[in-house]
Design a protein around this ligand. Sequence first.
Ligand code: ZN
Length: 152
Amino acid sequence: MALSDDLRDLYQQVILDHSKSPRNHGQLTGDCVHVHGDNPTCGDEIDMYVRFDADGGIADIKFDGQGCAISQASASMMTVKIKGATRDKASALLQDFRSVVTGEGSVQDEDALGELQLLEGVQKFPQRVKCAMLGWRALEQAMQQEKTSGDA
Ligand code: ZN
């Protein structure tokens, strides 16, 4: 899918903005799930901190890391969308975002994704897909850990 020039400009602005001033950047202290993810082929690293509410929703989320602009911007954009989301909504966003960047499957809720759809340009570049998915895979792992740890 070819991006129009306007969309390409917007894509670059959004990536640059989020990679230069990442949102929800830092660490959570106290009761939270911490997942480290890396993408050795590109040198990206992400530390994701997620605090779940009693129903498994995302009460708070922060990330720390270093790497290419796409990995950091994608993680930053994710935290903005995912913070405060119910578990179901977080899972739906995760699936939809994966569809956007891999081109596989169909997107269920374009409105919910919003500017995250700008990352569809990475589809053509398998290495970049890994960069874009890094923070999301960390979130997925955190959600799995939260589920298996039960409500102790
Ligand atoms: Zn990368």
